[in-house]
Write a protein that binds this ligand. Structure first.
Ligand code: ATP
Ligand code: MG
Length: 557
């Protein structure tokens, strides 16, 4: 799984060649989010590629906000994106950049294109422009405004800038080729009028450059060598190159495309994620069920698991869908290696150990991590009354059930072997307490010679434990492809994606739980304190993920 034992992917090959041939002395990449939403797992892939390649080849990577559309953008998104990139473990080179830093230069270059006869002010409305554009099979038609003089274009463009015309009344277009088989080259729009305040430039501008016009020039200004984007932009590359070739840019960047990351059961569209937030189907962008980086962070994902997952899914031009179980695998691998162990009973059932002296307590101990002795031991208070999971006791059961059964024995993890004698019930016939006995010489003995116990269950002291709330998360969608075809993703929302359990009891040591640490609650999964709702008085643990992949199985759990 380490990146050392796999063959290089196609971008690594290109970069290696470019460095060896001397085409570039060093590489510079950039991660260019538009600040119109929170980053999601798809962006993690782009972050990993751009920052990861720079790291691997000793180059640098810029963070540039592609902020050419002020209407949908917001500072809240800028801040969240910076946090997310840092959380992923990466550092951008120098200051944070904005496409808007280059608005003056882009304007100058637009004048340059006009003077060279390569851009014109067009009076067609958006709708008319669509009609003139043609289709994939038919060429487009020239705009009636295409042959305006340079002087007239310069004057009108300046007046556009000065706010003399209404939104959409005019635009600046490149003068390329309305018959091009590539629609992106059919006189694309370079500037549109938008009388909107911008989060960086305020009211300085009322014309804004298009993505296609701003992006490559931003790359050139920053000295980006390899401008990496997703395959949807492959058809835009000729326009990217046209701009670079027709402008006196300080460098000649190149665009390369890879296939975007899709993951089943997850949605990777800011627009759709925003709808989930706006319509309150989830509790904000950082809801632990969201595939946003902030949601996954709050849920307890580790940056390493995300980076490993990106590595596992590879870098190609072939469009595909990654299975979510790969992501979960990467997460379990990381957590299993690092998570301190603890015990927590989610749905408690009291067990009284009738042969254990009343009033006596002792402190047992267990390793913090079974494979990492250096982490030391943890203390487990033990006494006559303990709590186990309701699910871990049955009056009768077949052989598959390896937990506590009347008349049978089970091992209490890190403690001793017990045998159940009697089930006490309430008026409704529900078991509310179990009476059991400790089998002699098994306390703190591992595993006691000759004592057969079929299974192992977890427990906590009934008198010395840590009360908490636990939140269990399931997939947000029941359909692996919630937004495929003409399906509407809201129809596939899983009504049981969140289960809140109050009255859970964790081992006493978790009173000092560290907010950044993911714990393995033995036999239950990995858990972390919720960064929003948890307080010292009312701790709330999120289940990051279960121990095994049980999705879709009717388990006896
Ligand atoms: P969305 O569709 O969610 O709005 P976007 O592409 O419009 O995503 P940007 O902010 O423009 O969002 O994306 C920043 C960078 O992340 C771009 O280079 C984009 O290509 C890349 N990116 C976005 N989604 C994915 C994805 N699913 N897989 C890989 N890279 C992605
Ligand atoms: Mg985009």
């Amino acid at each position: 799984m380490t990146e050392n034992n796999r063959p290089p992917h196609f971008l690594e090959k290109i970069i290696t060649e470019d460095l060896e041939s001397g085409k570039v002395p060093t590489i510079r990449t950039r991660f260019p989010p538009e600040p119109n939403g929170y980053l999601h797992i798809g962006h993690a892939k782009s972050i990993w590629i751009n920052f990861g390649l720079a790291e691997k080849f000793g180059g640098s990577c810029n963070l540039r906000f592609d902020d050419t559309n002020p209407v949908k953008e917001d500072l809240e998104y800028v801040e969240s994106i910076k946090r997310d990139v840092e959380w992923m473990g990466y550092h951008w080179d120098g200051a944070v950049r904005y496409s808007s830093d280059y608005f003056d230069q882009l304007y100058e270059w637009a004048l340059y294109l006009i003077r060279e006869g390569r851009a014109f002010v067009c009076d067609l409305s958006a709708e008319q422009m669509r009609e003139y554009r043609g289709t994939l099979t038919e060429p487009g038609r020239n705009s009636p405004w295409r042959d305006r003089s340079v002087a007239e274009n310069l004057e009108l463009f300046e007046r556009m800038k000065n706010g003399e015309f209404a939104d959409g009344a005019r635009s600046l277009r490149a003068r390329i080729d309305m018959a091009s088989p590539n629609i992106n080259l059919r006189d694309p729009v370079l500037y549109r009028i938008k009388k909107a305040s911008h989060h960086q430039t305020g009211d300085k501008w009322c014309i804004y450059p298009s993505y296609d016009y701003a992006h490559g020039q931003g790359d050139a200004i920053e000295g980006v060598t390899h401008s990496i984007c997703t395959v949807e932009f492959e058809d835009h590359r000729p326009l990217y190159d046209w701009c670079i070739n027709n402008l006196p840019t300080p460098s000649q960047p190149h665009q390369y495309e890879f296939s975007r990351l899709n993951v089943n059961y997850l949605i990777t569209s800011k627009r759709k994620l925003k709808l989930l937030v706006d319509e309150k189907h989830v509790d904000g962008w950082d809801d632990p069920r969201m595939p946003t980086l902030s949601g996954m962070r709050r849920r307890g994902f580790t940056p390493k698991a995300l980076r490993d997952f990106c590595e596992m899914t590879g870098v190609t031009k072939v469009v595909g869908v990654a299975d979510i179980s790969m992501l979960e695998f990467a997460l379990r691998e990381d957590l299993n290696a690092s998570a301190p162990r603890a015990m927590c009973v989610l749905r408690p059932l009291r067990v009284v150990l009738t042969n254990y002296p009343e009033g006596k307590t002792e402190t047992l101990s267990a390793p913090v991590h079974p494979q990492r002795e250096v982490l030391g031991m943890r203390a487990l208070p033990f006494g006559r009354e303990i709590l186990i999971e309701q699910d871990d006791f049955r009056e009768q059961a077949n052989k598959q059930y390896k937990r506590l059964v009347l008349g049978k024995r089970v091992r209490l993890r890190n403690a001793c072997v017990i045998e159940a004698d009697e089930a006490i019930k309430d008026a409704g016939g529900n078991v509310i307490e179990v009476r059991a006995r400790v089998i002699e010489n098994t306390v703190g003995q591992d595993p006691a010679d000759g004592i057969k116990a079929k299974g192992v269950i977890h427990w906590v002291s009934a008198t010395d434990n840590h009360s908490c709330e636990v939140r269990l998360y399931d997939r947000l969608f029941t359909d692996p492809f919630p937004d495929a075809g003409d399906k509407h993703f809201l129809d596939a929302i899983n009504p049981d994606s969140l289960t809140i359990l109050s009255g859970c009891k964790a081992e006493a040591g978790l009173r000092q739980a560290d907010p950044e640490t993911r714990y393995q609650f033995e036999r239950e999964g990995y858990f972390i304190l919720d960064s929003r709702y948890s307080t010292p008085e009312q701790p709330v643990f999120n289940r990051v993920i279960g121990l095994r992949d049980t999705w879709g199985r009717t388990s006896d759990h």
